[in-house]
Design a binder for this molecule. Sequence first.
Ligand SMILES: C[S@@+](CC[C@H](N)C(=O)[O-])C[C@H]1O[C@@H](n2cnc3c(N)ncnc32)[C@H](O)[C@@H]1O
Length: 360
Amino acid sequence: MDKKNKNKYREYYSQYFSKETFLSPKKEKFHSNLQYLQDIGLADRKSFESRRIMEIGAGKGRLTFNLWKSELLEDVVRYDVVEPSDGIYAIKEFLQLPAAHFSKSDLVQIVQEHPPGSVDLLILHGVIPHVSIPSLREIVQQVSRLISANGEIHVTSSFFGMKKAGSRALMAFSDMTPGGETVAAFLHAGLQWAMTGCRIGCVYDFYQRHFFHSFRSGFRDRYLHFNEIMSVRPYNMDWGYANHADALRDAGFSVHSCFPHSMSLRAARTDHGMMFPPRINGEDCNVVILGNDWLGKWVAANLGIAPEHCINGVEQLAGADVVIAAYDYTKGPSYAETVRSLEARGYKFGETCFIYQMFF
Ligand SMILES: C[S@@+](CC[C@H](N)C(=O)[O-])C[C@H]1O[C@@H](n2cnc3c(N)ncnc32)[C@H](O)[C@@H]1O
């Protein structure tokens, strides 16, 4: 696919979804269980009961399948699955749900076709970075027309809070060179294999600082993951919490909840919005960075926190008032797991404990 065809995401995804990839339901274990839904804030029955739900950009149904299999959709009034590519047919095949409706439409079309104010929960899972409207404000304005008076918008997207210059360079190369996405994806998978497999700490850290990490196992699956990154445009990784909160505010919404899987947030028409970046500065406020590796130090430097405040683990909290999780999570545990362990110690996510991405 050369540069001029890169915005032809329908064709690309239709072809991509004909293969088994990380976007397939069931294939990717990480995204296919109740724990993942809890981590992104979509495991709460009340979010679905007696409500009209719409999922835009549902792909091949990775999230839809998980919600359905987890029996969260049983009491919905209506579940609209919207997907512009042939992935919609794959979802139609497995989703045995009387309340389901299927539209082979994109975001702009569905906003025009669907009655305004008729959706109680709109889900955008891994979609916003790909919508070919260049302004996040405009995307949010568009979809906000669908939301009922008490309705909510739920957004989940990948957000690292930093530029990964190596991957960006490969993306630029793939844009400039006909067929470059295959070479770039192959190179990316090879670099991850070589630089994270060599067991040299500084090489591993350099890779994580400058390149995207694919959690897929096996070279083929990683190659297919990177192929998507190299082939689809736009692939906007720069809109973070603050950008979303601002765009939502302009459309009359406030972010009322965040979830510890970056980036996951929920917004409604309420006055009680969360602040991004969170305000934690106080004279006597003892802030620690949970992470004493390259990432913890990078975050400390960017937030003006002394490196001595970077700690290795929860056992070193020593009564800290505020904790910011900022360690290299490719070495585990997940931030969601860490936040659960902090909450068990009395911290509250979004008030006294955070993940670093919320500050960028
Ligand atoms: C990374 S995939 C995510 C799919 C699915 N939500 C998931 O998490 O498995 C991005 C999806 O966004 C869809 N998409 C891209 N641009 C879109 C648009 N303008 N309107 C609606 N969906 C769009 C693509 O067709 C694709 O299915």
